[in-house]
Design a binder for this molecule. Structure first.
Ligand code: ZN
Length: 725
């Protein structure tokens, strides 16, 4: 591990933040970011750093202050305001207490902040406060865990780090740990670092650079030890294992297997809500499948090595105490694959509930157990599925899992046997109220809610939508509406610039929540491939919006049969194929689903010289109604929205109206503005229908506000002749 410290970068931080926040906090921010930039040191909010300094209050008194990283703040992107300032003299005095429970400790921290609106400081704040050094760095470095989480951990730490580094046996984080660290360091003034078994490492210094360089030095020694031992034993690095398949045929095979397994697994990992309308708490599934990971899973004894407790207790809320292991799936027989997965997940849930039962007396009051489903599922040959309530959570679980596999593999390769914490401690930490508070903060306001009441922003959290014809005007509005409701969106359309720019634009507001997928609705292979691509990225699909459609103007007597057939192909067959693919996927997931067809007011009130469009859309509409009959037993709801003319969404003009508009304008002697006014004035409410209106109607169905299927919402400002009857 190399030092990333650069003096001119450090100076730039001081220049940027110093005037407002002071030099100490500017440098603190800089070196915390250096630590955060290295995923082998800290992951997603893990670890913490602090600086002790002086602070002048409103009355001009200078007081001793400590600035500690806020709980959950990510060091990779931390800003000076990601630190909480606290009254250091008071906090130091807490060290005379013999015990302090979590709730009182948090109360004491919060009531001794320098600013009332400060975030909650890290639960390890007192560790920092009780040590005398000015700068303190704390990481959960992989290489340190590779030394401590093994049967011969003590020997490994000694050999790797020498006698000037203290090794503290595991102590539950919080007040107890703060006292233990302070006492150990006081007893060994010559020590320059302290290793916390099954947890991490602390270094300190009088300057930000000193503390940081000691951290790099210490972790580098640990890395060298593991590597040298591996070389002595002649064990291969993870990447060198055989059976890593990269040939194109093998890749196709693994894609097929993934497409078979992921939706079934995603359905099985969904939590149950007890709500008849929204019965599942869906998860997003990310697959970890690097060659190194596949090699690890194929290594001899892999199950025993990897089905073991996490590296540190802060991973528990993401990974649960143990992963699920499923091997030898009979891929040729989908029904059998499902049975095997069902049995494995059921067994895992049973064991998790038994674990809850064994530790029921330690369960804090008022804490609800988590869903019993696994969060990490290892499938040799395929990879590791990592689940989370949203895509960001699943990605965090994936990063943690990747590092966990590497550390456990390194321990094995360097001659050790992995040793996790005992079950009792795992339970205590999994259900510790502070850990719950962390998750709850992340979840704040994210429960499925009714439209309005501020609930819409996350009503579809954990849901995946696939929209066809997404790059058009209505499609764009639908994508935005669904993204705003917390959905992940697969925007599909013919490949090209309109689709690319749609995704680029939406990425700016909804980074990582939209993917562009090329799809031609007239080609069954392309549809299957597009669905498979979404399954590979997020695990499945919950909402399908068949929206692709094309138009043609012409009187029946003049219609070209060829051009009519083109409309049939896109509007009718395209809808049929998308409905069928959606139905097949929903069946594999077995958690219901929603389909909302973008129909048209023309189904109910056709226009003259618009026979091709009106009749083909009527057929599509009827197909959706039939789908509502056929899929209800699987809790799949199929509904329709029927908009009148939507000309544009922002600066994205409607392709359909590019086809239809000129003829309509000519026939009525109008220009573009006149045409839009004409459509506005023909409805009862005198409103211009927008793509956002269409999106709102879709959201009404997708959020399951009423027990409705096979129904149509007109989105037309009120057209008496188009009222469904
Ligand atoms: Zn820690």
């Amino acid at each position: 591990m190399r030092s990333r410290w650069l003096e001119d970068e450090a100076a730039a931080y001081v220049a940027r933040y110093g005037p407002e926040w002071g030099e100490d906090l500017a440098l603190r921010t800089y070196s915390a970011r250096l630590l955060g930039a290295d995923s082998d040191l800290v992951l997603h909010g893990g670890g913490n750093t602090s600086v002790k300094t002086r602070w002048t209050n409103l009355l001009g008194d200078e007081v001793e202050a400590i600035f500690v990283k806020a709980s959950g703040a990510d060091m990779a992107s931390i800003e000076p305001w990601g630190y909480c300032g606290l009254d250091l003299s008071y906090l130091r005095r807490l060290s005379v207490l013999s015990a302090l429970d979590d709730e009182t400790m948090v109360d004491q921290l919060r009531t001794h902040l320098l600013h009332a609106d400060s975030p909650t400081p890290s639960i390890e704040t007192l560790v920092h406060a009780f040590l005398p050094a000015k700068f303190i760095d704390h990481t959960h470095a992989d290489a340190i865990l590779a030394l401590t989480n093994r049967d011969d951990g003590e020997r490994a730490v000694r050999e790797a780090l020498g006698d000037d580094v203290i090794l503290l046996p595991y102590v539950t984080p919080g007040f107890k740990l703060a006292l233990a660290v302070a006492m150990a360091v006081k007893a060994r003034p010559s020590a320059w670092g302290i290793v916390l078994a099954h947890h991490g490492v602390l270094t300190w210094g009088e300057t930000a650079r000193d503390s940081y360089e000691l951290m790099i030095n210490l972790v580098s020694r640990a890395e060298r030890f593991v590597e040298e031992n591996r070389l002595q034993l002649g064990a291969p690095p993870a990447a060198a294992h055989p059976a890593v398949v990269t040939q194109p045929e093998a890749q196709t095979l693994s894609q097929e297997r993934l497409n078979q397994v992921a939706p079934v697994l995603r359905g099985l990992l969904a939590g149950r809500t007890g709500d008849r309308d929204r019965p599942y708490r869906r998860v997003i599934l990310k697959l970890l499948k690097s060659p190194e990971v596949l090699a690890c899973l194929n290594a001899p004894g892999a199950r025993e090595i990897f089905v073991s407790p996490p590296l540190t207790t802060d991973h528990l809320i993401r990974t649960k105490p143990l992963p699920l292991w499923v091997d030898d799936l009979p891929y040729g027989e989908p029904a059998e694959v499902r049975i095997r997965l069902e049995m494995a997940v059921r067994e895992y849930c049973r064991e998790y509930e038994a674990y809850l039962g064994r530790h029921a007396s330690d369960m804090p009051a008022g804490v609800e157990p988590f869903d019993p489903q696994p969060r990490v599922v290892m499938v040799p040959g395929l990879g590791v599925f990592c689940a989370g309530p949203d895509v960001k959570d699943a990605a965090i679980a994936l990063d943690i899992t990747e590092h966990t596999l590497a550390v456990k593999h390194a321990i094995k390769a360097s001659g050790g046997r992995y040793l996790g914490l005992p079950e009792k401690e795992l339970f205590r930490m999994e259900y510790r109220s502070l850990q719950h508070a962390k998750l709850e903060r992340a979840d704040a306001g994210l429960e499925p809610g009714l439209l309005g009441n501020g609930g819409l922003s996350a009503a579809l959290r954990g849901h995946v939508a696939l929209i066809t014809g997404a790059a058009g005007a209505i499609g764009t509005g639908i994508c935005r509406g669904l993204l705003e409701a917390g959905c992940l969106v697969a925007a599909t359309d013919l490949p090209g610039e309109p689709l690319d720019t749609l995704v680029e634009t939406m990425e700016q507001d909804f980074a990582g929540r939209i993917m562009g997928v090329p799809l031609d609705v007239t080609d069954p292979g392309s549809i299957a491939q597009a669905f498979a691509q979404v399954v590979a990225a997020w695990g499945g699909v919950d909402l399908v919006v068949p929206n692709a459609g094309i138009a043609l103007v012409g009187a029946l007597v003049d219609l070209s049969l060829d051009r009519y057939r083109k409309l049939e192909q896109v509007n009718v067959e395209g809808t049929l194929l998308v409905l069928a693919e959606a139905a097949r996927l929903f069946k594999r997931q077995a958690t219901g689903g929603d389909i909302v067809l973008v129909s048209t007011k023309n189904v109910f009130a056709p226009g003259a010289e618009f026979g091709a469009y009106s009749s083909t859309k009527a057929a599509a509409h009827q197909l959706a109604r039939v789908a509502s009959l056929e899929l209800a037993a699987d809790d799949v709801r199929v509904n329709m929205v029927a908009p009148d003319a939507v000309f544009a969404c922002g600066d994205r003009r409607s392709g359909l109206w590019a086809e239809v508009g000129p003829g309509r304008m000519k026939a009525r002697g109008l220009d573009q503005a006149g045409l839009e006014a004409y459509y506005r004035n023909r409805n009862l409410l005198k409103v211009q229908v927008t793509a956002a209106h269409v999106a709102n109607a879709i959201l009404f169905f997708a959020t399951r506000q009423t027990p409705t299927t096979g129904a149509t919402i007109p989105v037309d400002g009120g057209l008496p002749d188009a009222t469904p009857r």
